[in-house]
Design a protein around this ligand. Structure first.
Ligand SMILES: [Fe+2]
Length: 232
């Protein structure tokens, strides 16, 4: 797994933030019905993010790609349950990579849809309130943060994601990248992620992925990102 972390946080400020941090992370926006993962509805229509992300990309990305992760996750969980019932722990353990891939794909995309919004509504602009203050303190300003995020995205080799995260212990913000569909786990709460898989942009931007990384900032829903920040 490749990962990077870039933070510029004096220890004293981190300690102060930690003491103010709230204890529990918000539940992710993943959906389960009777123990099965399900494809969540989008909070906007497929063409609503145009011209920055085409309706065709959104439809394929949601209906086909995300659905594949949902189906794969349920299959992996069923395989594990079946193996457990037979006492075949070797078989159960062998499913771990599929569980990570499809489970990560479901979690990551569920977060991704929520942190996007049409530019004509909540999308774009800059965060305000406590999240703005934290970005200013931890990155030196919104423009610097956006440049660092785009640099992290450009540095992903192959498929993966870049995430704005909050450190559970210190309460400070950072940037991490994850390969493939590896989810953000452990000490970090994912606040906002950008999908750097080719399926997220190729139909519209072809090989010009830097244009996609620039365009997507016009449809980031800072209200939902701020909500995750406030609850974590
Ligand atoms: Fe994706």
């Amino acid at each position: 797994m490749s990962s990077t972390l870039m933070r510029t946080v004096p220890a004293l400020r981190a300690a102060a933030r930690a003491s103010a941090a709230k204890p529990a992370a918000a539940a992710m926006g993943t959906s389960f019905v009777r123990g099965k993962a399900t494809l969540p509805d989008l909070p906007y229509d497929y063409p609503a993010l145009e011209p920055y992300i085409s309706g065709k990309i959104m439809e394929l990305h949601h209906k086909k790609h995300h659905q594949t992760y949902v189906t794969g996750l349920n299959t992996a969980l069923e395989t594990i349950e079946g193996a457990k019932s037979k006492g075949d722990l070797t078989k159960a353990a062998s499913v771990a990579p599929l569980l990570n891939f499809h489970g990560g794909g479901h979690v990551n995309h569920s977060l991704f849809w929520e942190n996007l919004a049409p530019a004509s509504r909540e999308g774009g602009g800059e965060p305000d309130g406590a999240l703005k203050k934290a970005i200013d303190e931890d990155f030196g300003g919104f423009d610097t943060f956006r440049k660092q995020m785009n640099t992290a995205l450009a540095g992903i080799q192959g498929s993966g994601w870049a995430w704005l995260v909050k450190d559970k212990q210190s309460g400070t913000l950072g940037l991490v990248t994850r390969a493939n569909q590896d989810p953000v786990t452990g000490n970090y709460v994912p606040l906002m992620g950008i999908d750097a898989w080719e399926h997220a942009y190729y139909l519209q931007y072809e090989n010009r992925k830097a244009e996609y990384f620039d365009a997507i900032w016009n449809v980031i829903n800072w209200k939902t990102v701020a909500s995750r920040f406030d609850k974590s």
